[in-house]
Design a protein around this ligand. Sequence first.
Ligand SMILES: Cc1ncc(COP(=O)(O)O)c(C=O)c1O
Length: 400
Amino acid sequence: MKTLAKTINNHSTLAVHGGRRPNPYHAIAEPIVQTATYRFENTADLCDYKNAYMLGMADGRLEYGRYGNPTVAAVEARLAALEGADDAILYASGMAAITSVLLSMLSSGSHIILMGECYRRTREFCLHFLKRLGVACDQVATNDFDALQQTIRPETRLLLAEIPTNPYLRVLDVEQFAAIARQHKIKTLLDATFATPINLRPLEWGIDLVVHSASKYLGGHNDLLAGVVAGEAGLIASLRGPLGVLGGVPDPQNAALLLRGVKTLALRVERQNHNGLHVARFLNVHPKIERVWYPGLETHPDHEIATRLMSGFGGVVSFTLRGGLEETSRFIDALEIIQLATSLGGTESLIIQPALMSYYELDSEERLALGIPDNLVRLSLGIEDSDDLIGDLAQALTKV
Ligand SMILES: Cc1ncc(COP(=O)(O)O)c(C=O)c1O
């Protein structure tokens, strides 16, 4: 089988062919190897495998599903190629990826810093679960690099951030973030789920590990959960053993679905960037909208950074309506194309009022203290026609 030239670096091509490897059937579509375990012919065959494995020469041969699967390996090769990484590991979900990496890299007495708004469950894991295991965690505002410098301690092992953040789509100055980490010899982990490898390649800016919830743009069809971590070969190798212990491995069927989704990633993200910008511009001048957050708008606090680092601004737009909890719900209920559901990055446009989704159990004042007003809306644009989406938003706003 012909291998892809190393000089091929265009995302549209890498999404279809990156990491391409032969299979025994010469099948164009990656075979789904749906097995939990692997056979040995006899004890001598098993011992040969064990000896080869110990020398790192098992050559793709496998022992048990928790330690590896060929379909999963094919997805890992594709995602590594897309990120410009040596290697990648696929996990059962984005949270399985994040928690496995943190548990693998940190030990009692170490310290980590979260920069900016982080996905709520990531923050919960760091502030509560890791704390119970003796790992201290501090938080610093996005792009406050003086505060970051002052918060770094001798025992700081990891800096963790997201790009763009949820829900205000703040864009980290990845270059400065990575430079400070290197100066202090601290590893960096960047959750680039909202950015996608099409709009940003964090490893090229000096980040050590990039993580994605592949349940979002990479899968892209709202039909699977998965997570991925990509980076330099040695670092990724150090995470494989712990995954076999922690067990958050993906299912081969899911891996195949993900591989199919990834083939159209560049096309989908291109359309989602287009839809994001058009919808943000429409909302930005609408009299019933109070404020819009989208990195592609000049009014966004990180517009300059986003323009410098990213090749597209993404498909998520956040905004506040002129009104309260009820008016905002009435707007969402009046939408006909855009559906009320959490998550993002899929072909279908989805919308949420965070006050009634992720923060439902809190009262209005508690939510406000966390920066979540009742009239805040997060809209994830799908790949529908932008005029139809704008039409849907316009008709729903007349109901407010
Ligand atoms: C930025 C970000 N990271 C991680 C996750 C967790 O991913 P998963 O739902 O695949 O576990 C999410 C989920 O919403 C997310 O938005």
